[in-house]
Design a protein around this ligand. Structure first.
Ligand code: ADP
Length: 425
């Protein structure tokens, strides 16, 4: 298998977002959880997104993990690697965007790396090197108060220069608007001055398409799902990838027992659970019993097993903000959250042992705990159930007959659980 595109994402949800964007643009895409084993058997795909959790870890560790991912991707033929970062450029002066970019650049011998977090469809645009979040510059957006990576400077040329060993240049919007040749000429000019990376402006999707066409001829780029979209469109428009339709790529019908797990306490999920009560049996877990021990997970499995033959079931820990606050006040937010996530993972493991092959999970952290416990190395990305939430098919031999949907809290419409199961056949 020769990959047309390799991607390294610095967090899981960002990886899913990118994998979904690539799939919608016609690339057969697998998202892996961590750097895959050398012997992982993959279906024939155009792109692999390796999901790391490297956004906020120590820079040296982020570099070594990213390099391991790059080695794996290049070993599968990826001539271009996209280092996927957050569209709000989440980082600090210590990294990790600059140090990882520098290391990957040194590994592949790239002269001038194109860098842009622009993703116009989600309101991220870059002009004169300044990142805007909707109508306001980054440093006036809520990101100024982010608990891990407060962003106080919207000028990404300066932000990246503080993190990188190379000088950072700018390819401005006027140059992008003049097209591929103008951007290429500007990059050659910058490289001639010893500038190793450039923030490139993008305000509209057509700017991303220009950037994608230029980047596809390079070895390395850095950006969010927007540049991923540009790269995917470039690979399709230049005939390097024959576009696929996600619905045709999901393989055989899986069938069999189905279950839903909800650990998200978001408004959207609470409404989705209430609506699901009309379509399937729902069990509400007692968070106090979960924090106290294993018996609540065992009770849930004993409840679910005899029902699975009759249709899907839903098991939820989700509760109203007042109830959540009360549990957190008694046990601490992290301890309560962790205990409930692990109970959901116990339940997921038990359900799979009981024959469940179609599993819907609501909640970002909850999904992470479930996927880790089930030891699923990666997913083929399928059709979208709701914006940003695709059907996923596990890729390893043991679980390759398993479909999942992983939804973060606020995603999906009011009938999300039944919508998901309708598409997970
Ligand atoms: P979201 O995507 O909505 O943020 P997550 O799964 O990421 O959902 O986060 C929800 C967190 O709330 C998890 O840590 C989960 O274990 C925790 N949680 C779930 N149910 C309860 C509850 N009843 N009381 C307190 N915390 C809960």
């Amino acid at each position: 298998m020769t990959l047309a595109l390799g991607c390294i994402a610095d967090d899981y949800t960002g990886a899913s977002d990118l994998a979904n964007t690539l799939t919608r643009a016609g690339l057969r895409t697998v998202q892996t959880i961590g750097v895959p084993a050398d012997d992982l058997a993959l279906p024939a795909v155009d792109a692999v997104v390796v999901s790391l959790k490297s956004r906020s870890i120590e820079a040296g560790l982020a570099v070594s993990r990213s390099r391991a991912a790059e080695t794996w991707l290049r070993g599968r033929g990826a001539s271009h690697v996209l280092f996927k970062i957050c569209s709000t450029f989440d980082s600090t002066d210590a990294g990790n965007i600059g140090p990882v970019m520098d290391a990957l650049r040194a590994d592949c011998g790239e002269t001038a790396v194109l860098v842009t977090p622009a993703f116009p469809e989600t309101g991220r645009t870059v002009y004169q090197g300044n990142l805007f979040v909707g109508a306001v510059p980054l440093n006036e957006s809520p990101l100024k108060d982010h608990p891990l990576n407060p962003m106080h400077d919207s000028n990404l040329v300066r932000v990246l220069a503080r993190q990188s060993k190379t000088q950072i240049g700018l390819v401005d919007l006027a140059t992008v608007a003049r097209g591929v040749n103008a951007v290429q000429a500007r990059l050659i000019e910058l490289a001639g001055k010893g500038i190793g990376a450039a923030i490139i402006d993008a305000v509209f999707d057509r700017d991303l398409e220009t950037i994608g066409l230029v980047a596809a001829e390079h070895r390395l780029s850095v950006g969010a799902s927007g540049i991923g979209l540009g790269l995917a469109r470039a690979l399709v428009s230049t005939g390097k990838v024959k576009p696929a339709s996600a619905s045709n790529e999901m393989g055989a019908v899986v069938g069999g027992p189905a279950a839903c797990l909800a650990g998200s306490c978001s408004q959207a999920t609470l409404q989705q659970i209430a609506n699901a009560e009309r379509a399937m049996p729902v069990l509400h877990l007692d968070p106090e019993l979960i924090v106290a021990g294993k018996s609540e997970a065992e009770r849930a499995l004993a409840w679910a097993r005899p029902r699975l033959a009759d249709g899907p079931v839903l098991i939820a820990s989700s509760a109203t903000p007042e109830a959540v606050a009360a549990v957190q006040a008694r046990h601490g937010r992290d301890a309560a959250g962790h205990a409930i996530e692990q109970a959901m993972a116990d339940i997921a493991e038990g359900l799979v042992r009981a024959g469940v092959r179609r599993l819907v999970v609501a909640g970002g952290e909850t999904s992470g705990a479930v996927v880790d416990r089930l030891k699923i190395p990666g997913f083929l990305v399928g059709v979208e159930i709701a914006a940003g939430v695709p059907v996923l098919r596990a890729v390893d031999a043991e679980k390759s007959g398993m479909l999942l949907a992983l939804k973060s809290g606020n995603f999906g419409g009011a009938e999300f659980f039944t919508d998901a199961l309708r598409l997970m056949r």
